[in-house]
Ligand binder design. Structure first.
Ligand code: FAD
Length: 414
């Protein structure tokens, strides 16, 4: 069998794999990326949050993305009937980027991958990992190309960024069920022919249909818009019980009084995709000679668009630690990788859980707004979930619930 030798093998050329490989190359590490599909490929995850910009910038990927003219996302709008709550990232607590993009991922990921190739990284498309063996931290990965040819890649470190391919969790028995209750989604893109002029047309919005059911509307700069519905798995199953995904998503759109006029009769650009029980977790984020990043590790929920931010955060951190390890340093992966990443995951887990209990919705729609609370929650929604100066990060598990209970008690008294 053919054999290649590299320092680091990255599995998957999604945003996580592109950030880690670009950063490794920038630091003169011999890195190779293998990607199962041919790009551009369709993938969900179109609403970014500002924290990702730090990583694209640090990895040297920002200029190529910026040239593409993706729609700028300055904040997000949440709606519940006539109630509206708009977060503006420029009003967030603390430092950090105050804008990002909302993107068709096929184009976005293709730009990232091409830029990775432009940087001289060996990225092999249509090449799938089918097996791996570890000997201490060294590994031999078997890959298969589209013609069925196999070869071995010897690496000193492997970064698994295979998203829902979940290569190492499957091969090494690291899968663990998510602690979140099962939710599912359906989505498609439309040519947004009824789009209004100005901000209304381009504003990213989340329209609450019921406490646990919401619609996303993500307009792109190419004139298309992504529409999706999210809810408990049995709710989404019921919606699509006659087996026709187009009819199911149409039914979902008709539930939004606000958006039915704009999207009620427009054609879907592809048959709506059904993503069932999307939350996932792992027993460990690392092992001898490997780290799991992005969706190959933990995915929570789309409601606060945290997926891409964790994908790039973990991709960048795994790359940095791998470099130090290759330079002979002993790395405490539990403390420096797992504990760090899981701190942010835990913060977002609270927000996701409290969204679905309705507590967070109490805070979002409470009037009059409390500007201090809003600024701090806005920083969380921007992805700055490691900033312990922010009370809504530091005591996330009690801050949201306590405030929601206070608001509910006040309402009862009024
Ligand atoms: P991916 O982008 O999935 O890339 C992984 C790559 O690995 C793929 O290209 C795949 O082909 C490749 N691969 C798989 N198996 C193999 C193999 N065996 N060998 C080689 N390569 C392989 N996140 C957001 O930030 N914002 C959102 O609005 C958002 N909405 C979402 C809505 C839903 C319904 C869901 C389920 C998720 C959403 N997400 C969102 C999450 C987002 O999709 C992911 O967090 C993000 O794509 C993760 O990036 P990644 O690089 O880890 O994985």
């Amino acid at each position: 069998m053919d054999k290649e030798i590299v320092d680091v093998l990255v599995i998957g050329a999604g945003p996580s794999g592109c950030v880690s490989s670009a950063y490794l190359k920038k630091n003169n590490i011999n890195v190779k990326v293998v990607e199962k599909t041919k790009f551009p490929r369709l993938v969900v995850g179109e609403s970014l949050i500002p924290r990702v910009m730090d990583h694209f910038d640090e990895a040297g990927l920002f200029p190529a993305l910026d040239k593409m003219g993706f729609e700028k996302k300055m904040g997000a709008r949440f709606m519940r009937g006539n109630e509206v709550c708009i977060f503006d990232f420029s009003n967030k607590f603390g430092d950090g980027w105050d804008w990002t993009w909302q993107v068709p991922r096929a184009d976005f990921d293709n730009t990232l991958a091409q830029e990775v190739i432009n940087k001289g990284i060996d990225l092999e498309f249509e090449t799938e990992v089918i097996g791996i063996e570890f000997n201490g931290t060294d590994s031999i990965t078997t890959v298969k190309d589209k013609n069925g040819n196999t070869k071995e890649i010897h690496a000193k470190f492997v970064i698994d960024s295979s998203g829902y391919g979940r290569v190492l969790p499957r091969l090494l028995d690291l899968e663990k069920p998510s602690k979140l209750s099962p939710h599912s989604a359906m989505f498609a893109h439309v040519e947004d022919i009824n789009r209004e002029e100005g901000e209304e047309g381009t504003l990213i919005s989340f329209d609450i249909i019921e406490t646990e059911v919401w619609l996303w509307v993500i307009p792109f700069s190419n004139g298309n818009t992504s529409i999706g519905i999210v809810g408990p798995t049995d709710y989404i199953e019921k919606l699509s019980e006659n087996g026709d995904p187009t009819e199911a998503l149409r039914k979902a759109i008709s539930l939004s009084d606000y958006y039915v006029k704009r999207f009620g009769d427009v054609e879907f650009l592809f048959e709506p995709r059904h993503l069932k029980d999307y939350s996932c977790s792992v027993k460990s984020l690392y092992g001898d000679g490997f780290a799991l990043t992005g969706n190959a590790s933990e995915f929570l929920d789309p409601v606060f668009s945290s997926g891409m931010a964790f994908a790039t955060e973990s991709g960048m951190l795994a790359a940095k630690l791998a470099i130090r390890q290759l330079n002979g340093e002993k790395i405490d992966w539990q403390k420096e990788y797992s504990d760090y990443i899981l701190y942010g995951v835990n913060v977002f887990t609270t927000y996701v859980k409290e969204w679905y209990t309705g507590n967070l919705q109490e805070l979002f729609f409470h009037q009059p707004e409390n500007p201090d609370v809003k600024r701090k929650i806005c920083a969380v929604l921007a992805g700055y979930v490691w900033d312990k100066k922010n009370t809504f990060v530091r005591i996330h598990d009690t801050a949201v619930v306590n405030l929601a209970n206070f608001i509910k008690a006040e309402k009862q008294q009024a």
